[in-house]
Design a protein around this ligand. Structure first.
Ligand code: SAM
Length: 273
């Protein structure tokens, strides 16, 4: 790397530290926030790469030559990895502190800055049918309007293309942001009460939609899209951690509900009248 690139990388690292300290320490009051921040400094390798590889394994999807939109692109890890896979990547992200890091990463990795726009999923600044693949990972639980975001992601997806949504299922007895067990099927106010009793901040929880699979299905059924949910991997994953959390494993087996939802929406041609 040139000296200028080294400086840019150092600037990105400093901003990532601030960003994720704010998230893990202040928003979520996680005790192990320091370790989590360290892992985030290499988020391409530690977060984005393993998940994108899972998608490739599950679906046989190749991103090479695909036009991809990353919705809720955050600090850019997925955009960098998808670009390395040979995709033409665009991204939207509403939060100014995240988009600042995303733009610097674009500079570092030679991606066009103008491909990464400050925008929300509810109003995607691209024409209809612009993308082969719309990638939306742990974002739909944070948007203002879920139905409108799904409408918009399907609008900008080409016919025959895919919208991928990964999000928790809040019927499951675990809150993944706060790393906290909770009663199954319980409402948000009970999770807030738990946090208060633990002396933790609840402000971030108020911004989380307690989204469930049936709720999303009702939204999907209004669209002409094939809905495919990936089930076996979560069961295998939970089987692997069975000895660590028997309650979670029992719940997944008993109710057929996983901690996370992995949904692929294949956009079909418009229905004839
Ligand atoms: C948990 S982060 C995930 C970021 C990224 N996908 C990743 O995994 O690194 C959720 C992201 O969604 C973004 N977000 C919040 N509201 C949004 C909205 N209405 N539309 C699009 N993104 C949104 C947040 O700013 C944040 O960057």
């Amino acid at each position: 790397m040139s000296e200028a690139q080294n400086e840019l990388a150092a600037q990105i690292e400093a901003l990532l530290r601030q960003y994720y300290e704010n998230y893990y320490r202040k928003d979520l009051s996680l005790r192990d926030w320091r370790e989590r921040v360290e892992t985030r400094l290499d988020e391409e390798r530690s977060f984005a790469e393993p998940h994108i590889r899972k998608i490739e394994d599950w679906t046989g999807q190749s991103f090479t030559g695909q036009r991809v939109l990353v919705v809720g692109a955050g600090t850019g890890a997925e955009s960098v990895v998808l670009t390395q896979r040979g995709a033409e990547v665009h991204g939207i992200e509403p939060y100014d502190k995240a988009i600042e890091i995303l733009h610097l990463k674009a500079d570092l990795h030679g991606l066009p800055r103008q491909n990464f726009k400050q925008a929300g999923a509810e109003d995607i600044p691209y024409p209809d049918e612009s993308f082969d693949f719309v990638y939306c990972y742990t974002v739909i639980e944070h948007v203002q309007d879920i139905a409108r975001s799904v409408d918009e992601m399907l609008r900008v997806c080409k016919v025959g293309g895919t919208v991928y949504i990964q999000t928790p299922d809040y019927r499951f007895p675990y809150e993944g942001h706060y790393k906290m067990n909770r009663l199954p099927f319980s409402p948000r106010w009970l999770a807030a009460l738990q946090l208060l009793l633990q002396g933790r901040s609840t402000a971030f929880l108020r911004s989380v939609n307690f989204v469930t699979a049936p709720q999303l299905n009702r939204i999907f059924f209004a669209h002409n899209a094939l809905v495919q949910r990936i089930d076996p991997p979560w069961l295998q994953e939970w089987a692997a951690v069975r000895s660590r959390n028997r309650l979670h494993y029992w719940f997944a087996q008993r109710f057929g509900i996983g901690r996370d939802q992995n949904i692929f929406l294949k956009k079909l041609p418009p229905r004839s009248a």
